[in-house]
Ligand binder design. Structure first.
Ligand SMILES: *Cc1c(COP(=O)(O)O)cnc(C)c1O
Length: 224
Protein backbone atom coordinates (compact mmCIF):
# COMPACT_ATOMS: atom_id res chain seq x y z
CA UNK A 1 0.00 0.00 0.00
CA UNK A 2 1.45 3.39 -0.84
CA UNK A 3 1.49 6.13 1.72
CA UNK A 4 -1.40 8.21 0.43
CA UNK A 5 -3.75 5.25 0.76
CA UNK A 6 -2.97 4.72 4.44
CA UNK A 7 -3.11 8.48 5.09
CA UNK A 8 -6.58 8.70 3.57
CA UNK A 9 -7.78 5.61 5.45
CA UNK A 10 -6.52 7.17 8.68
CA UNK A 11 -8.06 10.56 7.85
CA UNK A 12 -11.40 8.88 7.19
CA UNK A 13 -11.28 6.81 10.40
CA UNK A 14 -10.25 9.77 12.56
CA UNK A 15 -12.93 12.00 11.08
CA UNK A 16 -15.57 9.32 11.63
CA UNK A 17 -14.44 9.13 15.24
CA UNK A 18 -14.71 12.93 15.64
CA UNK A 19 -18.22 12.81 14.18
CA UNK A 20 -19.16 10.04 16.63
CA UNK A 21 -17.78 12.03 19.57
CA UNK A 22 -19.63 15.19 18.55
CA UNK A 23 -22.83 13.14 18.21
CA UNK A 24 -22.31 11.62 21.66
CA UNK A 25 -21.74 15.05 23.16
CA UNK A 26 -24.91 16.34 21.51
CA UNK A 27 -26.83 13.18 22.55
CA UNK A 28 -27.59 12.35 18.97
CA UNK A 29 -27.32 8.92 17.31
CA UNK A 30 -24.13 8.78 15.24
CA UNK A 31 -26.09 7.70 12.17
CA UNK A 32 -28.04 10.98 12.28
CA UNK A 33 -25.13 12.74 10.55
CA UNK A 34 -23.90 11.99 7.03
CA UNK A 35 -20.16 12.48 6.68
CA UNK A 36 -19.60 13.80 3.18
CA UNK A 37 -16.01 13.34 1.99
CA UNK A 38 -15.15 16.47 -0.01
CA UNK A 39 -12.77 15.31 -2.75
CA UNK A 40 -12.57 18.44 -4.91
CA UNK A 41 -9.19 18.92 -6.62
CA UNK A 42 -8.07 15.46 -5.46
CA UNK A 43 -7.47 12.68 -7.98
CA UNK A 44 -9.93 9.87 -8.58
CA UNK A 45 -7.51 7.40 -6.94
CA UNK A 46 -7.92 9.30 -3.67
CA UNK A 47 -11.68 8.89 -3.94
CA UNK A 48 -11.18 5.18 -4.48
CA UNK A 49 -8.94 4.99 -1.39
CA UNK A 50 -11.57 6.69 0.76
CA UNK A 51 -14.23 4.41 -0.71
CA UNK A 52 -12.16 1.38 0.26
CA UNK A 53 -11.87 2.83 3.77
CA UNK A 54 -15.68 2.98 3.93
CA UNK A 55 -16.76 6.37 2.53
CA UNK A 56 -19.79 6.26 0.21
CA UNK A 57 -20.80 9.94 -0.16
CA UNK A 58 -18.44 12.38 -1.88
CA UNK A 59 -18.64 16.13 -2.38
CA UNK A 60 -17.36 17.93 -5.46
CA UNK A 61 -17.36 21.67 -6.23
CA UNK A 62 -16.82 21.73 -9.97
CA UNK A 63 -19.40 20.17 -12.28
CA UNK A 64 -16.96 18.92 -14.92
CA UNK A 65 -14.64 17.44 -12.34
CA UNK A 66 -17.63 15.64 -10.86
CA UNK A 67 -18.63 14.31 -14.25
CA UNK A 68 -15.09 13.11 -15.03
CA UNK A 69 -14.68 11.34 -11.69
CA UNK A 70 -18.14 9.78 -12.00
CA UNK A 71 -17.06 8.29 -15.32
CA UNK A 72 -13.72 6.98 -14.05
CA UNK A 73 -15.28 5.53 -10.90
CA UNK A 74 -18.47 4.19 -12.47
CA UNK A 75 -17.61 0.69 -11.17
CA UNK A 76 -18.31 1.86 -7.59
CA UNK A 77 -22.06 1.38 -7.92
CA UNK A 78 -23.12 2.51 -4.44
CA UNK A 79 -20.99 5.67 -4.43
CA UNK A 80 -23.06 8.87 -4.28
CA UNK A 81 -21.89 12.22 -5.61
CA UNK A 82 -22.97 15.46 -3.97
CA UNK A 83 -22.37 18.68 -5.92
CA UNK A 84 -21.59 21.35 -3.33
CA UNK A 85 -20.25 24.33 -5.27
CA UNK A 86 -21.81 27.20 -7.22
CA UNK A 87 -23.24 25.99 -10.53
CA UNK A 88 -23.54 27.73 -13.89
CA UNK A 89 -26.61 26.98 -15.98
CA UNK A 90 -24.58 25.57 -18.87
CA UNK A 91 -23.02 22.98 -16.54
CA UNK A 92 -26.22 21.96 -14.77
CA UNK A 93 -26.52 18.98 -17.10
CA UNK A 94 -23.48 17.32 -15.54
CA UNK A 95 -24.94 17.61 -12.07
CA UNK A 96 -28.37 16.48 -13.26
CA UNK A 97 -26.80 13.40 -14.81
CA UNK A 98 -24.24 12.31 -12.24
CA UNK A 99 -25.16 13.67 -8.80
CA UNK A 100 -27.35 12.29 -6.06
CA UNK A 101 -27.69 15.71 -4.39
CA UNK A 102 -26.97 19.41 -4.94
CA UNK A 103 -26.12 21.60 -1.94
CA UNK A 104 -25.77 25.09 -3.41
CA UNK A 105 -29.14 25.87 -4.97
CA UNK A 106 -29.73 29.62 -4.82
CA UNK A 107 -31.26 30.53 -8.17
CA UNK A 108 -34.49 29.41 -9.74
CA UNK A 109 -33.06 29.41 -13.29
CA UNK A 110 -30.49 26.77 -12.30
CA UNK A 111 -33.22 24.83 -10.53
CA UNK A 112 -35.37 24.81 -13.66
CA UNK A 113 -32.48 23.61 -15.80
CA UNK A 114 -31.61 20.86 -13.30
CA UNK A 115 -35.22 19.70 -13.23
CA UNK A 116 -35.44 19.77 -17.03
CA UNK A 117 -32.30 17.65 -17.40
CA UNK A 118 -32.93 15.25 -14.53
CA UNK A 119 -34.38 11.79 -14.94
CA UNK A 120 -35.40 9.66 -11.95
CA UNK A 121 -34.82 9.67 -9.07
CA UNK A 122 -35.42 13.33 -8.13
CA UNK A 123 -32.25 15.28 -7.33
CA UNK A 124 -32.05 16.00 -3.59
CA UNK A 125 -31.49 19.73 -3.12
CA UNK A 126 -30.33 21.97 -0.30
CA UNK A 127 -31.09 25.67 -0.66
CA UNK A 128 -28.00 27.70 0.13
CA UNK A 129 -28.42 30.64 2.50
CA UNK A 130 -25.91 33.48 2.61
CA UNK A 131 -25.80 33.87 6.37
CA UNK A 132 -23.51 36.88 6.72
CA UNK A 133 -24.41 38.80 3.57
CA UNK A 134 -20.99 38.07 2.05
CA UNK A 135 -20.70 39.15 -1.56
CA UNK A 136 -17.98 36.62 -2.28
CA UNK A 137 -20.32 33.73 -1.49
CA UNK A 138 -23.42 32.26 -3.02
CA UNK A 139 -26.72 31.74 -1.30
CA UNK A 140 -29.95 33.65 -0.97
CA UNK A 141 -30.60 36.21 1.74
CA UNK A 142 -32.76 34.77 4.53
CA UNK A 143 -35.62 37.05 3.43
CA UNK A 144 -35.64 35.45 -0.03
CA UNK A 145 -35.61 31.86 1.16
CA UNK A 146 -39.36 31.30 1.32
CA UNK A 147 -39.84 32.58 -2.24
CA UNK A 148 -37.11 30.36 -3.67
CA UNK A 149 -38.47 27.38 -1.78
CA UNK A 150 -41.92 27.87 -3.29
CA UNK A 151 -40.47 28.15 -6.80
CA UNK A 152 -38.28 25.05 -6.44
CA UNK A 153 -41.07 22.97 -4.93
CA UNK A 154 -43.03 23.33 -8.16
CA UNK A 155 -40.31 21.54 -10.15
CA UNK A 156 -41.02 17.85 -10.71
CA UNK A 157 -37.52 16.39 -10.72
CA UNK A 158 -36.07 18.15 -7.69
CA UNK A 159 -36.73 17.34 -4.07
CA UNK A 160 -35.92 20.00 -1.48
CA UNK A 161 -34.45 18.26 1.55
CA UNK A 162 -32.83 21.07 3.52
CA UNK A 163 -30.66 24.16 3.77
CA UNK A 164 -26.92 24.67 3.34
CA UNK A 165 -24.68 27.36 4.80
CA UNK A 166 -21.02 28.26 4.91
CA UNK A 167 -20.26 30.77 7.71
CA UNK A 168 -17.56 33.42 7.30
CA UNK A 169 -14.07 32.26 8.13
CA UNK A 170 -13.71 32.96 11.84
CA UNK A 171 -10.91 32.73 14.41
CA UNK A 172 -12.20 29.39 15.70
CA UNK A 173 -15.07 26.91 15.47
CA UNK A 174 -17.11 28.72 18.11
CA UNK A 175 -17.31 31.75 15.79
CA UNK A 176 -19.46 29.64 13.45
CA UNK A 177 -21.99 28.66 16.11
CA UNK A 178 -24.37 31.64 15.78
CA UNK A 179 -24.52 31.12 12.00
CA UNK A 180 -25.26 27.41 12.37
CA UNK A 181 -27.93 28.23 14.91
CA UNK A 182 -29.48 30.75 12.57
CA UNK A 183 -29.54 28.24 9.71
CA UNK A 184 -31.20 25.65 11.96
CA UNK A 185 -33.81 28.22 12.95
CA UNK A 186 -34.49 29.10 9.31
CA UNK A 187 -34.87 25.42 8.38
CA UNK A 188 -37.41 25.02 11.13
CA UNK A 189 -39.32 28.12 10.09
CA UNK A 190 -39.65 26.98 6.46
CA UNK A 191 -40.30 23.35 7.39
CA UNK A 192 -37.30 21.44 6.02
CA UNK A 193 -35.26 18.99 8.07
CA UNK A 194 -31.88 18.67 6.33
CA UNK A 195 -28.98 20.88 7.45
CA UNK A 196 -25.77 20.77 5.41
CA UNK A 197 -23.31 22.69 7.55
CA UNK A 198 -19.81 22.32 9.00
CA UNK A 199 -16.40 21.73 7.40
CA UNK A 200 -13.03 20.57 8.74
CA UNK A 201 -12.76 23.80 10.74
CA UNK A 202 -16.05 23.60 12.58
CA UNK A 203 -18.05 20.41 11.98
CA UNK A 204 -18.09 19.41 15.67
CA UNK A 205 -19.93 22.64 16.49
CA UNK A 206 -22.22 22.18 13.48
CA UNK A 207 -23.24 18.75 14.79
CA UNK A 208 -24.05 20.26 18.19
CA UNK A 209 -26.28 22.76 16.36
CA UNK A 210 -28.14 20.08 14.41
CA UNK A 211 -26.20 19.39 11.19
CA UNK A 212 -27.49 16.35 9.29
CA UNK A 213 -24.65 16.52 6.73
CA UNK A 214 -21.10 17.71 7.37
CA UNK A 215 -18.84 18.46 4.39
CA UNK A 216 -15.27 17.54 5.26
CA UNK A 217 -12.33 17.66 2.87
CA UNK A 218 -9.00 18.58 4.46
CA UNK A 219 -9.33 16.35 7.53
CA UNK A 220 -9.82 13.30 5.29
CA UNK A 221 -7.72 13.98 2.18
CA UNK A 222 -5.13 16.47 3.47
CA UNK A 223 -4.45 20.00 2.28
CA UNK A 224 -5.44 20.95 -1.24
C1 LIG B 1 -14.13 22.80 0.03
C2 LIG B 1 -15.46 22.84 0.68
C3 LIG B 1 -15.71 22.12 1.86
C4 LIG B 1 -14.65 21.32 2.60
O1 LIG B 1 -13.75 22.17 3.24
P1 LIG B 1 -12.56 21.59 4.19
O2 LIG B 1 -12.11 22.79 4.91
O3 LIG B 1 -11.53 21.03 3.28
O4 LIG B 1 -13.17 20.57 5.07
C5 LIG B 1 -17.00 22.16 2.37
N1 LIG B 1 -17.98 22.86 1.78
C6 LIG B 1 -17.78 23.57 0.65
C7 LIG B 1 -18.91 24.33 0.06
C8 LIG B 1 -16.51 23.59 0.09
O5 LIG B 1 -16.31 24.30 -1.03
Amino acid sequence: MDKAVTDIARGWAETRERVAQACAKARRPSDSVLLLAVSKLKPAEDVRSAYEAGARAFGENYAQELRNKAEVLADLADLRWHAIGPLQINKAKYVAKSAFAFHALDWVDVAEELSRRRTLPPLECYLEVNLAGEESKGGVAPAQLEGLLQDVRRLPNLKVVGLMGLPPLGPDAEASRPYFRELAGLAKSVGVSGLSMGTTADFDVAIEEGATVVRVGTAIFGER
